[in-house]
Design a protein around this ligand. Structure first.
Ligand SMILES: C[S@@+](CC[C@H](N)C(=O)[O-])C[C@H]1O[C@@H](n2cnc3c(N)ncnc32)[C@H](O)[C@@H]1O
Length: 203
């Protein structure tokens, strides 16, 4: 089954929310590094838990994802919170990501396992804009606490750092085992990789 169909089905079939209502810890970790609230693109934002958290802080958010059922969940969440969101149903392949139509103050990429985004991330940022990204490390394989089972979706040592940061200044990089409960369905320690990096103000 294609990734896209897999996610569509997962969001269609889940009784409650798939990733919970709390934002990913990487978003909270990144808060001290963010510019003043502006425009945020949440790539592969799913049900919008991270975007909703940011919208509550004054960010104007766009949630892009290939799963229409996930975006429908995000729409309901934002409506219930009486907050605005722009939803974009798109397969985020490198052809799409390589040609940004608008620039953002914040690019959020939380557990988007396809790597299409990584080399194009800096293109989507305004000068002074910040990339906040999280994925799983190769060390997560076989732990049974979440994350992809396809090893090609997991980051090797310093790989995310090397691929995403040309043109960006690294503000935070972590590659370690954490105890957080990111996904209510997968409790227990997870080996995550986190990156916060900024485009220089000069552009
Ligand atoms: C692990 S979930 C993370 C969702 C969200 N970022 C979060 O933290 O709650 C991965 C998301 O990637 C989306 N996705 C996978 N492949 C995609 C693609 N090619 N284009 C757009 N979205 C994709 C899925 O639909 C799913 O919502």
């Amino acid at each position: 089954m294609q990734e896209r169909e897999k996610w569509e089905r997962r969001y269609q079939q889940a009784k409650g929310s798939v990733f919970g209502s709390e934002p990913s810890l990487v978003v909270r970790r990144a808060l001290p590094f963010l510019p003043r609230p502006g425009r945020c693109l949440d790539l592969a934002g799913g049900e919008g838990r991270n975007a909703l958290f940011l919208a509550r802080l004054g960010w104007e958010v766009v949630v892009a994802d290939c799963a229409v059922a996930g975006l429908a969940r995000a729409r309901r969440r934002f409506a219930a919170a009486d907050l605005c969101v722009r939803l974009l149903a798109a397969d985020l392949e490198s052809a799409v990501l390589g040609q940004p139509r608008e620039l953002f103050d914040l690019l959020l990429v939380v557990n988007f396992h396809d790597r299409s985004w990584v080399v194009n991330a800096h293109r989507w940022l305004r000068p002074g804009g910040v990339l906040v990204a999280q994925g799983f490390a190769k060390e997560q394989l076989g732990r049974g606490t979440g994350g992809p089972s396809d090893p090609t979706f997991l980051w090797g040592a310093n790989e995310l750092l090397a691929l995403a940061t040309p043109g960006l200044r690294v503000l935070l990089y972590e590659d370690h085992l954490v105890e957080e409960d990111e996904n209510p369905a997968h409790r227990g320690p997870k080996w995550v990789v986190r990156l916060v990096a900024a485009r220089s103000v000069e552009g």
